[in-house]
Design a protein around this ligand. Structure first.
Ligand code: ADP
Ligand code: MG
Ligand code: MG
Length: 923
């Protein structure tokens, strides 16, 4: 959700103007016609635009109006005050609503009641609780009772209103109301809310009003218009509450877009047993299966279904209880799915057997479900392969590569209990009971499972770091379930057998007691929970990729493969992998990489038994000793290159010559000093001590104050050309060998850290000379390229000149970011948090490319480079190559390919396709 893109999208949906040229801030919907529509999410929020669209489609939607996100912006601009123009427009729309509803706000005989709901462009669960039944006061409640001849209903509605308004607008802690309600229930010996009668609810209302009076030193507001303004302003205020801010930070939603306010006539699911309220999906959002999916409660209102107070019934049972409403709901939601061409997440209420739709939106889903749904919708001819490619969030496909349990170990443990399978994936870790502990323990390197009675929006930071989330109450649409699916976090909810004592930091289940720090494991796809730790293993996709499972045996793999093959048709960027070993290269190839964008040769030096040889090379104080050590390394590197080339089946392979400072291959200076001192103290003498001392001396010689800016990259090749010679020889010998075997490969030899064209010229001469020697010796000719990494700002600035020498560029955006900002990427953790809190930086520039600064250097490097050499091949091999929003940027900058780590390849393929199709990220 790149900020730039969001901004652009906002600019596009230019606000409509009213006749007199004044800006319009309030949009009406009702009577089969709406001012807005589905394309106005920026202005009306997702909820408002959905209500407008459903109204236009003639669906049964209670009338109302939406106050736009621009009014929210104004509210903040005016110092948290709604301007009078907006207020006047709201009053005009209220009058219209009263007419459409045939009821009047505050009129005793026939009171209009409304809900006040927040709704931003991106859904933000739990940003603000909805206020229902607004318009009730001590007099209108009697009017409602008289009209419905249902005093129980009227007073239940009134107490709900006081409760919601009290919590949300007056900011009274929720427990205050809950205590008062519990008290009345206990006094009457009643367990369920539904068992309370009118007298009881009257008692509750009186107590709630006392709570308000004692907490705010004022009476509960009785004037409906004051109530409405209070609720409206609270929605705007909620945009900047802590959990909304946290949510936006995690999902990278811009702070500037604001929320809309929806005011809508109430319909009632709590008038009795012919009424109900519910939520659902047109397909299963966890697995993607094509099944009507959801929950409802008879005689209930609003959030009762998701609050976990009463356990809801599966939606299939609605067919038995209210067959007529069920049939209509099926018809409407099927129609909505066809209309939006995507799975719909809907909310409805049945009032006295009459169905009303209250919300519809594209349903959030797990990565599994996304792939299943997209391929199914194509098969059903509802969408095209192109739509399918646009529909799936690239990041979410990485979930399909997440580990699953080691089946034997998993089956060996008994099932302790079961919950609802809310979000798939295998989770195993140590139990913690609070979100803060989850964060703290994770920081200490532990893997944790967050166990809660139910999660609340404040838990989101803890959910984010946990391996999985396990709750005791709540249904498939509870907070933990919704957020878990969205994060791709394995979640099991509503495991009712857990008796949790959060204060005691333990829970008991099935006769066992589990304490903080004990291990639990669960499977988010089946809902099974087990005590103990279970190892995990690669997902089905990775098993197929590794050849351990046949593609035909994995439905998931085949769908995944179809989707990504479609993506490949649309993308223009090539996809390569960063891989150093033949097995990594094979995985990357199987996941769709067609080429290696970065093979870090020094990683090969860490291979088994190699470090002593490398150290001998480094310790050599003369060229001939150094050459002797290099000669030992040569066959090893040649073998590695041969393997990598082979794994790529002739696709290009970019090999970077040695890059890190040499001391990285030697023991730490401090360790050596201790060793030498210990040996001396023990009186050790002889060869061993001499060698250690020599090593320490060399380490001290190599010591640098600032190694990242020191003797590394091309600078090594210039001072020790024999290293470049050996590496070139290994590369070319491997290529020649393959050529003789009939596989042609085109090695791309990449010189790192070049800032001066003469550096590259120097090294290119070495490469060309050795390559010519090898080809003469081998008696074959192979094509190879010599190029450079652009990772020093001076390299980007002088790209034109450098391109005269370089046959290709690869942007090393890790170093380029480091050197452009002057941020050490190993130390940024110390201050990045503060930078983000203070909004100095929104994102970690090492994860998502800084398009403005570093990106400018990339664009400039591409332009100037191609001026120097029109057919210059340009790629990027930093971490950013696997980040979807960075990929959008690279596509725009005109790069030829991106290179990402093997497991990010599927994400990159999909993101590259979306970039080519110019999708607005986040829509
Ligand atoms: P959220 O964004 O958290 O889903 P909503 O604004 O959709 O919040 O409101 C939550 C619930 O409140 C709805 O699902 C619905 O059950 C109830 N609700 C909202 N408006 C009305 C209304 N006008 N009449 C009846 N119920 C309503
Ligand atoms: Mg809500
Ligand atoms: Mg809703």
């Amino acid at each position: 959700m790149a900020k730039k893109l969001a901004r652009k999208a906002a600019a596009k949906a230019a606000p409509k103007r009213k006749a007199r040229g004044a800006r319009k801030y309030v949009y009406f919907f009702g009577g089969g016609k709406a001012d807005g529509n589905r394309h106005m999410k920026d202005l009306l929020g997702g909820k408002g635009s959905g209500l407008a669209e459903m109204t236009n489609a003639g669906l049964p939607v209670p009338p109302g109006f939406t106050i736009s996100t621009e009014a929210c912006t104004l509210y903040y601009r005016e110092g948290r005050k709604v301007p009078s123009t907006v207020d006047r427009e709201m009053l005009a729309n209220l009058a219209k609503l009263e007419k459409a509803a045939g009821a009047t706000l505050g009129k005793v005989e026939n009171p209009l009641l409304v809900s006040v709901r927040s709704g931003a462009k991106f859904s933000m669960p739990g940003m603000m609780d909805t206020i229902l039944n607004l318009g009730l006061n001590d007099r209108t409640v009697e009017g409602l009772k008289a009209r419905t001849s249902n005093g129980r209903f009227a007073y239940d509605s009134y107490r709900r209103f006081i409760q919601m308004y009290g919590a949300v607008v007056l900011e009274i802690p929720k427990d205050a109301f809950e205590h008062a309600l519990e008290h009345v229930k206990e006094a009457r010996g009643v367990r369920l809310d539904t068992d309370l009668d009118e007298a009881a609810w009257r008692d509750v209302v009186a107590r709630f009003k006392d709570v308000v009076r004692s907490r705010t030193k004022r009476d509960f507001p009785q004037v409906p218009l004051d109530q409405l303004r209070g609720a409206r302003d609270a929605v705007f205020r909620s945009w900047n509450n802590a959990r909304a801010i946290e949510y936006r930070r995690i999902y990278e939603i811009p702070d500037s877009i604001g929320t809309a306010v929806n005011v809508q006539m109430m319909v009632f699911g709590n008038t009795g047993n012919r009424s109900a309220t519910g939520v659902g999906f047109t397909r299963n959002p966890a697995t993607g299966a094509k099944e009507f999916y959801g929950e409802f409660l008879v005689n209930a209102q609003g959030e009762d279904v998701v609050a976990g107070i009463r356990t809801p019934q599966p939606i299939s049972e609605l067919e038995n209880v209210m067959p007529h409403a069920y049939k209509e709901l099926r018809q409407i939601t099927t129609r909505l799915e066809r209309h939006y061409k995507d799975v719909q997440d809907f909310e409805f209420t049945v009032q006295d057997d009459r169905l009303f739709m209250l919300q519809t939106r594209n349903g959030k889903r797990t990565g599994y479900a996304a792939v299943v749904i997209a391929t199914d919708l194509v098969d059903e001819k509802l969408i095209s392969p192109k739509d399918a490619v646009l529909q799936v969030d690239p990041e979410s496909v990485s979930q399909l590569l997440a580990p699953v349990f080691e089946p034997k170990a998993w089956q060996a443990l008994p099932v302790t209990t079961r919950g609802l399978p809310a979000s798939p994936g295998a989770a195993s870790g140590q139990v913690v009971f609070t979100a803060d502990d989850a964060v703290e323990w994770t920081r200490q390197g532990k893997k944790v499972i967050l166990v809660r009675k139910e999660t609340v929006p404040d838990d989101i930071h803890g959910m984010f770091v946990s391996q999985g989330v396990l709750t005791a109450t709540g249904g498939m649409t509870s907070h933990a379930a919704v957020v878990g699916r969205q994060m791709g976090k394995p979640s099991v909810v509503g495991a009712g057998a857990l008796e949790i004592s959060e204060s005691g930091r333990r829970f008991s289940v099935d006769g066992a007691t589990v304490r903080e720090g004990d291990f639990v494991s669960f499977d988010g796809l089946t809902g099974e929970v087990k005590l103990g730790q279970v190892g995990t293993r690669p997902s089905e996709i990775l098993q197929v990729v590794a050849g351990d499972m046949k593609p035909a045996a994995s439905d998931l793999y085949r769908r995944f493969d179809r989707l990504l093959t479609w993506a490949d048709k649309f993308r223009r960027l090539g996809i390569r992998a960063n891989a150093d070993q033949p097995d990594q290269a094979e995985t990357a190839y199987a996941l769709g990489a067609r080429g290696i964008g970065l093979c870090r040769t020094e990683h090969m030096f860490f291979g088994e038994g190699r470090i002593p040889i490398v150290q001998r090379m480094i310790l050599a104080d003369n060229e001939s000793d150094r050459r002797a050590a290099l000669a030992e390394l040569l066959p090893l590197q040649r073998k590695d290159f041969y393997g990598v080339f082979k794994a790529m089946h002739g696709s290009p392979v970019t090999i970077r010559t040695i890059d890190p400072p040499l001391h990285e291959f030697l023991p730490k200076r401090e360790d050596l000093m201790v060793e030498v001192a210990t040996m001396e103290a023990k009186g050790t003498t002889g060869r061993e001590l001499d060698e250690k001392r020599a090593l320490l001396r060399r380490v001290e010689q190599l010591h640098e104050f600032n190694p990242m800016l020191g003797h590394r990259g091309v600078r090594l090749g210039i001072t020790y050309p024999e290293i470049t010679e050996m590496q070139t020889r290994a590369i070319l010998e491997a290529a020649c060998q393959l050529a003789k075997e009939g596989t042609s490969v085109v090695p791309e030899i990449m010189i790192p850290l070049v800032g001066l064209v003469k550096e590259l010229r120097d090294q290119k001469a070495v490469v060309d000379r050795v390559a010519a020697d090898v080809m003469r010796e081998q008696g074959v000719r192979v094509k190879y390229l010599v190029g450079t990494m652009i990772e020093v700002p001076r390299g980007a600035m002088t790209a034109e000149e450098i391109a005269h020498e370089a046959e290709f560029f690869s942007f090393g955006t890790n170093d380029l970011t480091q050197l452009t900002f002057g941020f050490s990427r190993d130390d940024i953790g110390k201050f990045l948090g503060s930078y983000q809190d203070k909004k100095i930086l929104e994102k970690d520039p090492f994860a998502t490319i800084d398009t403005i600064g570093v990106g400018e250097l990339v664009e400039l490097g591409v332009q100037r480079g191609r001026r120097g050499r029109p057919d210059l091949k340009v790629g990027i091999c930093g971490e950013h190559g696997g980040d979807p929003s960075s990929i959008h940027f690279f596509a725009k900058a005109g790069l030829d390919y991106v290179s990402a780590s093997p497991y990010r390849i599927p994400v990159a393929r999909l993101a590259a396709a979306q970039a080519a199709l110019h999708v607005k990220v986040g829509d």
